[in-house]
Design a protein around this ligand. Sequence first.
Ligand SMILES: [Zn+2]
Length: 576
Amino acid sequence: MTYISNDIVNEIRSRTDIIEVVSRYVNLTKKGKNYIGVCPFHDDHSPSMSVSPEKQIFTCFSCGTSGNVFNFVANFEHISFIQAVMLLGEKLGYNLSNSNALIKKDDYFEIYNLANKFYQNSLNTSLGKNAIDYLKQRNIDKETIKKFGIGLSVQKLSLTDYLKNKKYDINKLMDIGLTNDNGNDIFINRIMFPIYDLSGNTIAFSGRIYNTKDTSKYVNTKETEKFKKGKILYNYHIAKEHLKKNDTVIIVEGQMDVIRASTIGINNVVATMGTAITKEHKAIIKNMTKRVILCFDGDAAGEKATTSAIAMLEDTDLDIKIVRLPNNMDPDEYILKEGKSGFCSQLDAAYNLIDYKMELLKKNKDFTDIKDISSFVSSAIKELVNEKDSIIIELNLKKIATSFGIDYNTILERYNEYKKDKKEVKKKLDVKKSYNRYSQAERNLIYYMLKDVTVLKMVERKVGYFPTKSIRELSNEIIYYFHKYGIINIADFISYISNKEELYDPLMDIIAMNIKDDFQIKEIEDYILVINEYHKEMKVRNLNQKLKEEKDPLKQAEISLEIMKIRGVKDDDTRN
Ligand SMILES: [Zn+2]
């Protein structure tokens, strides 16, 4: 591990101009005080990245990647933060290391690329005959094999030996999931499907058994620094190329579903690789398209996955449609059985969101039973309360009325009742609103603490406690940094916490919020008030909880007194 003191890091940073460095990689245009350019860290079509010469930081308002000049170079060159410091330092004439090897680019992609080619070659040797036959049997032709880079791992051809001969470090091979602890290949006798990141680099494999019985049909590379299932979608880089304007992305579970769809000429398909849709997936999908079709496996697990995907995607303006395949089939099996026309008619007949929810509610209900009818009608109306489109609401309410021979006014009355209930619930959610106000205030404060020592000192003096852990720690670090170095600026503070993920990530979120740069002292006072009030509220809430659980009347009285004290105390100490 290399260590470079903070003073040197800051010195190099202050002698380096972020505009000049970023311009080497990306075309920048001046816009007001800042420069803007196309972000190299996501699939950007309009300039979403802003670089500030004043603050010496960059921010992408689309994907959220932010940081100082070192972070930019590290991200771009796929090197570590410290390597980026060394790279830029050496350009300025600093002699920071005796060994250039440290500056060598991360060879993860290089190794995986070689491994990918190695497996593809193995498939084409005489040892691959059975595997090719197996693939043929499953209607995977040569063209598809090539398109998806399908390969083969065999016992007789050791990938580990091959890479060791190329002088790659065995520890690295273990680290990135190609070699096990005994120094042998992880994948043996499996058909290999390479997994690519969003830019099309090979980052992992999925290996499938083909002529033996094994308890695990698929083995995937373990999660590594670059392979995180929750952050990639299988086939993204190909699907994206096939998307025309207003096109739909079809989301499936498995990579075989993607590959199968491609054999019938459907290429706008991505797979979650069996994980639930994450926040990161959501951001990727939103960037790709406005329309999605969820086409998960037809079994119960697929239904569950559909429900959770809907919950994740529902609050976006994505147009969501749902396909549920019959007889527990997955898209791969369905296409094999019903062909292109069958699959396309499933896509054409996809449910829209509200219809799908209605269908779900109908499941396992016996509509000759009055009780079941009543329970369905209630839950269907409740679901419609969440719908925004008034036409959809009216049409569905009418449909319910006619289907079950209920007077429309009765249905409408019930709808209005539920709507009123929902408003009541919303009132209770005001607690949440006060959280949002608080959360905005704490993030603004952190940002201004890094801009202005006055704010830093005010926070140090007046904020009793930040209830949010990451913010509390950020604030402590900023204050500590200021007392240690006697000065504070955002770009150097970023360097200082760059190896502390638990602080770095929240700070990047704050930077990407695009908080306005100028502020009034009055605003700062308000933020501090909001935070101290929120902390009080939290304390009272906790005590109330304790009170509920406490049986001893004496102790109950004590707690009540404490609550009264907190409520009664004027918050003079938070005002000037
Ligand atoms: Zn970006």
